[in-house]
Design a binder for this molecule. Structure first.
Ligand code: PNS
Length: 159
């Protein structure tokens, strides 16, 4: 069975992430969407909230599983017997960081391959960070995120 890990902060999950999940699940028998639990970033949503939102939006998709991981990504991939890491690549600006991370992960475990998938063009400009900023400033994010995420953002930023 070919398993891939799609890791990230998912703070929160966006339509761009869901597009990548859809693409990845056509290429692999199983895709584990892995939410980082020990990132140094200060997330808006707790680990549990991020997992719940992902489960609500992607948890019932065939051959997709939502999980959390702590520690090194390559160790999690090994424990899941996954041969690939999926990362979305939107624009050239993503490339430097993604390239560094892919090569570092290869150095840590040469058996795990990083595969970049490009989301639909209309999601090229989309990021969790920008969605949070728009929501914080009272803008409409309903076309960027699933309905449950828009609702959760509205709740977070309710005055
Ligand atoms: O959605 P993000 O924030 O771009 O995801 C980054 C993430 C969580 C994939 C990355 O920070 C990560 O893999 N963290 C786990 C710790 C690790 O393995 N670090 C070494 C990677 S080179």
């Amino acid at each position: 069975m070919r398993c891939a890990i799609y890791p990230g902060s998912f703070d929160p999950v966006t339509n761009g992430h869901l597009d990548v999940i859809e693409r990845a699940r056509k290429l692999f028998d199983e895709v584990v969407v892995a939410v980082a639990g020990n990132d140094e970033k200060q997330p808006l949503f707790s680990l549990k909230e991020r997992l719940d939102l992902l489960r609500e939006t992607a948890g019932s998709i065939d051959n997709v599983r939502v999980a959390q991981f702590k520690g090194l990504l390559v160790d999690f991939a090994k424990a899941e017997d996954a041969g690939a890491l999926i990362r979305g690549l939107r624009a050239v600006s993503d490339f430097e960081f993604e390239f560094q991370m892919a090569l570092m992960n290869r150095k840590l475990d040469a058996a795990v391959e990083t595969i970049f998938l490009m989301p639909k063009e209309e999601y090229t400009y989309l990021s969790s960070r920008i969605v949070k900023e728009i929501a914080r400033l009272g803008g409409d994010v309903s076309s960027f995120v699933p309905a449950c995420v828009a609702k959760a953002l509205a709740k977070k930023f309710a005055k």
